[in-house]
Design a protein around this ligand. Structure first.
Ligand code: ADP
Ligand code: MG
Ligand code: ZN
Length: 614
């Protein structure tokens, strides 16, 4: 509509200019003075007239001094007859050359036709603009099916290369080959090797998949077409498929090139998994991707890289050889890799001398590359807020908690009673954890509210962990219940708050996994219960499918029940045995709000609570 208004204004301006031109023609014509016959006759007799041109019903008179005059003829008689009638002698008339000109020149035509043409022109222009309007909309509608991929050309901007990706040694090695393929396809084709068509990067969110794909393009120096899985799918059926087609066409034109489809699970989900809802569009899009990947020659120089954090939901057809036959799994960084990632992101930040990135890496198990980048960014922001010139360890440590638990809410006002409940709750978690041998050491506990939590108890393993043992799982359930148990035993069952609900959820989740996924129960056979399959039913995702009988379900429930009850009993025993320690911890928390690992361990030692060793 806006566009139309703009065009309309242009149209009006054009017409105004035209009208101006026309009227200037009109004004030009009677530029010369109009005189009557009497004047002309006297001028002739005075011998002033040089010549007379006859233009239709006018006579243009040129005088000897150069002035021009117009005389309007009043009848059909010729000029000479009229002049004779006015008493001009034939002698005098002979001296003046009289020329009859055809007054059908440009100005005559413009003057006659324009009044008719103008409205026609106006209507024509209007129609033309309207047609343009419509065809613009049409073009846009057609452009819908065009790929919206963003292209990064190798010569553009700062390149991302493998040097910008810390760690991931194996993944980089795997991709090094792809880079070689792109750089030097001949070497491989001469050996009869087929260049892989697709590489699938799998890994948790923030682990650097997108970064790695970019680095491959940068390293090989080829253009990079970037599109996210969700961008294929629009409201209209068929758009996704046509976008896929256009994306691959573009890629083939600029080959060698990398087509990067990020978050491919958005379109590449297992087909036919939808119940009660049509997923035609997604399936068509996926089919088109499969067709395109089959369609291009193996050595055309186009390599498709895609990334997902849900490889489990991908359609098996995507994983078949000849498509994404190279799969690169990216895992969360270990301590050394974390240190390297921190180094990369600390490059442009003024860190204080005392900051040891190794220590930060030790404190951040389970952090992804994106978390670490975010952590250092938060620390810099904090340093600016504190008007420091350098980022110190303090800021970084504080940012770790912020990244883990959300920002502190110091302004959050809570009553003295709630503070006491929170203090005992957190002390309960910490005490139970400390009295059990296999739990991770407590790093910090606090009753300052953060994010959604009223307070928090932070525990963290001393080294990177990839497994959890059965004993650890049981103890973790007990620790999760520590707050709940402490609240009841200190304030009485009726004073139990709604605070521990997320703890209970955690305990339940752990217990279910213990029994159903890890075969850790004593009495049930070591098998898994429940199929984690993606189903979409009436728009809701159902991630679990029952593959066991009703009877089995009862036994599972009983096992979970037993496990959680035992954990509660264990926590209650610890709270009862070390009640003095619990009181002391709560007191200290109320006084100091936050206890660091060292302070906490000192208090525990003083109160005779020692972490048993297994
Ligand atoms: P994903 O696509 O796996 O979700 P990204 O590739 O978008 O994750 O990573 C997000 C950010 O995290 C990157 O832009 C980068 O700053 C940082 N990052 C992740 N992994 C690394 C790494 N190995 N080295 C350096 N930076 C990393
Ligand atoms: Mg990504
Ligand atoms: Zn809790």
């Amino acid at each position: 509509m806006k566009q139309f208004l703009k065009n309309f204004i242009i149209l009006v301006i054009v017409l105004l200019v035209l009208a101006g031109v026309v009227s200037s023609f009109q004004i030009n014509k009677p530029k010369n003075e109009n005189v009557n016959y009497t004047t002309l006759v006297s001028q002739i007799s005075e011998g002033k007239v040089k010549k007379i041109d006859i233009l239709g019903d006018r006579a243009a008179v040129t005088l000897n001094d150069g002035t021009e005059e117009i005389v309007l003829k009043e009848n059909q008689d010729s000029l000479s007859t009229t002049l004779k009638n006015f008493g001009v002698g034939p002698e005098e008339l002979k001296k003046i050359p009289i020329e009859v000109k055809n007054d059908r020149g440009a100005s005559y035509w413009v003057g006659t036709l324009l009044p008719f043409l103008l409205p026609i022109l106006f209507v024509g222009l209007l129609l033309w603009f309207m047609a343009r309007q419509v065809s613009g909309a049409n073009a846009r509608a057609l452009g819908f099916g065009q790929s919206t991929a963003r292209e990064t050309k190798p010569e553009e901007g700062p390149k991302v290369t493998f040097a910008d990706v810390a760690g991931m040694k194996e993944s980089k090695q795997e991709l090094e080959e792809v880079v070689e393929f792109l750089k030097n396809p001949k070497r491989f084709t001469e050996m009869g090797a087929k260049i892989p068509k697709g590489v699938l990067l799998m890994g948790p969110p923030g682990s650097g998949k997108t970064l790695l794909a970019r680095a491959v393009a940068g390293q090989a120096g080829v253009p990079f077409l970037h599109m996210s899985g969700s961008e294929f799918v629009e409201m209209f059926v068929g758009v996704g498929a046509s976008r896929v087609r256009s994306l691959f066409q573009r890629a083939k034109k600029i080959a060698p090139a990398i087509v990067f489809i990020d978050e491919i699970d958005a379109v590449g989900r297992r087909r036919g998994a939808g119940l009660g809802g049509s997923h035609d569009e997604r399936e068509q899009t996926l089919n088109q991707i499969l067709v395109e990947m089959d369609g291009f020659e193996p050595n055309s120089g186009v390599i498709v890289i895609s990334a997902t954090n849900r490889p489990d939901v991908l359609d098996p057809a995507l994983l078949r050889p000849g498509r994404f036959d190279r799969r690169v799994t990216i895992i969360l960084p270990d301590i050394n890799e974390r240190e390297e990632i921190l180094k990369i992101h600390a490059k442009n930040k003024p860190l204080a001398e005392e900051v040891s990135l190794r220590v930060i890496a030790e404190r951040t198990p389970g952090f992804s590359g994106a978390d670490l980048a975010n952590l250092l960014n938060e620390a810099s922001i904090l340093a600016v807020r504190r008007e420091k010139t350098q980022v110190a360890t303090d800021e970084i440590l504080e940012s770790i908690e912020k990244v883990l638990l959300g920002p502190e809410r110091r302004s959050h006002v809570i009553s003295e009673k709630e503070r006491r409940i929170t203090a005992y709750h957190e002390a309960g978690h910490a005490l139970v954890s400390h009295a059990l041998p296999r739990t991770d050491p407590i790093r910090k506990l606090s009753i300052i509210s953060r994010g959604h939590a009223g307070g928090y108890t932070l525990k963290m393993p001393t080294e990177d962990k990839h497994f959890h043992t059965r004993g650890e799982m049981r103890e973790d359930i007990a620790m999760a219940l520590g707050g709940y148990v402490a609240e009841i035993s200190v304030f009485g069952a009726d004073e139990l708050s709604t605070g521990p609900s997320s703890d209970l959820r955690m305990a339940t989740k752990l217990a279910r996994q213990y029994v159903m996924d890890f075969g850790m129960s004593d009495v049930l056979a070591p098998r898994t219960y429940g199929e984690h399959e993606e189903m979409i039913f009436l728009g809701r995702e159902i991630t679990e499918q029952r593959d066991y009988s009703e009877k089995m379900a009862e036994r599972i429930d009983a096992e979970i029940e037993k496990l959680v009850s035992e954990a509660r009993a264990e926590a209650a025993r610890i709270v009862k045995d070390y009640r003095v320690g619990l009181d002391r911890l709560a007191q200290e928390l109320l006084k100091r709000e936050t206890l660091e690992q060292g302070e906490f361990e000192k208090i525990m030692k003083e109160e005779g609570v020692e972490k048993p060793v297994v």
